[in-house]
Design a protein around this ligand. Sequence first.
Ligand code: RAT
Ligand code: ZN
Length: 453
Amino acid sequence: MSTNSATIDPAALADTVTRLVAEQPVTDLHTHCYAPSFGASPEPDGLLLWGIDELVTYHYLIAEVFRVVPPSQLPYQDYWMMSKQEQADHIWKHLFVERTPLSEACRGVITTLTKLGLDPHDKSLDSYRQWFSEQSPDDYINKVMELANVDSITMTNEVFSDHERNKWLDDSSIGDDPRFEAVLRIDKMLIDWPSACQDLRDWEYDVQSDFSLDTIEEGRRFLREWLDRMKAIYVATSLPPEFAYPSFPPQRNHSDRIIQDILLPVLEERDIPWAMMIGSKRGVNPALKDAGDVGAKADVSAVANLCSDFPNNKFMVTMLSRENQHELCVTARKFGNLFVFGCWWFLNNPSLIEEMTRMRLELLGATVAPQHSDARILDQLIYKWDHSRRIIAKVLVDKYRDLHNAGYRVSEEQVRQDVRLLLRDNFRNFIEPTRRVETIAGSSDEVAVDSAE
Ligand code: RAT
Ligand code: ZN
C-alpha cells in the first residue's frame, strides 16, 4: 500500500469520512443475538429474537411505556399477562401513535423499519407482522448483517442458564454458524459463588464454596471445558458498582479467590481476555424484569489493580456510569493489557456516544472499540450501527479538522485505516494478537494484508 496517497481536500472531509465509516464492516463485539441453531422467536424459548413484536417490546421500550401508562393504570402483572402481540400493540399505541417517538429506543425502531423499506407511520402493527412473517430467520440474518454492515456477531452465552446450557450439551455443532462467535458469560461465579458452586456440583465438578479440596482445579476444569465447547473468544461478566479488587475488607466475598486462582490463570494460559462490564445494579424495580436495572458509579481502581497485578492477562472493560469514563480512559493510558470498549446500555445514546468517543480519541487515539451494539433483537443491529456510525464519523471529522488546523493533512488511506481499527481490527488484534493486519506504513513486522480484503 502506498504511504503517500493523496490527502483529502478539507471541503470533502465530512463526506469522505462518513462514506468510509459507512463502508467499513464492523465486528460487533457484544450482543445478545444468537445463531438460529439456538431456536428463533416466535418459537417458545427460541434464543434468537427478531421481528416487529420483539423490536417493539424491547425492554428499553417497556420502561418507557410505563412512564406514560403508569402501573396505577396498567399494573405490571397485567402487562406481563398479555401476549407478546398485545404488549407490542400497547407500546406501539402509546409510544409511536399517540406520541412522537423521540427517545433513542423509539427512534431505533423507526430507523430499522425505514431501512428495511417499510413505512414507519402505520397506526397498526399488522402490515409489519405480515412483512416479517414472509422472512425466514436464516436469510433475514444475512439481510440484517448486510444492511448494518456487520461482519460478525458476538453472542453472550450464559452458561448458568439451564436452557442455554442444555442446548450446548445437546448439540455439539450448535455454535458452528460462521456468522456468530461465542462468549462465555459467567456472572454468577463472581456475584453469587455459593449458588454457582451448587450448580457446578450438580454438573459434577467437585467444588466447595470454601475453596477446600479440589475446588481450584475443578473450577478451572469447568472453565476450560466450556471455553472449548463454545470456542469462546472471551469470558464476560457484568459486575455491580461495588465491584472491588482486592475486595474490601479482603475476602469479604469470594470474588478475589475466583479471580486469582480460577479465572485469570485459565485465561492467561489460553491468552483469552476477561471482559468486565462494570456498574450494573440489578432489579432496582424488579416488577419491570429486564427493564428494572439501573447503572451507578463504580471504582475504577479495581480495573487498575487487576491490570497491574496480572500483566499477563488481558482485560476488556466497559463501564455503565458516565462519571467513570474519564478515569477509565486515563487508566487505559497506563496499561496496554486494558482494552476499552463500547458505550454500554444507558450510555448508548447519541449525546453520550459523542462525548465518550471524543474523549477516547483525545486520550487514547484510535486504540479502542468505540461501540458495540448490545442488540437483544437481531433487527436492532440495523439502527444501533446506523446511529453510532454517524456519530463516530462526526467526531472523526472534527478530529481530522483539528489536525488540519494544526498543519497536518490526512489521506484517504489513513482514514480508512483508523476506521478499520476502530470498528474491527483493534478488537480482533486484542483477542488474537498473532493476527497480522495491514497498516498504512506497510513496513512494521506486524504488517501483512488481511486475506479477507
Ligand atoms: O443492554 C441490555 O440489554 C442489558 O439488559 C444487559 O443485557 C447488559 O447489556 C448485559 O450484558 O448485562
Ligand atoms: Zn449486554
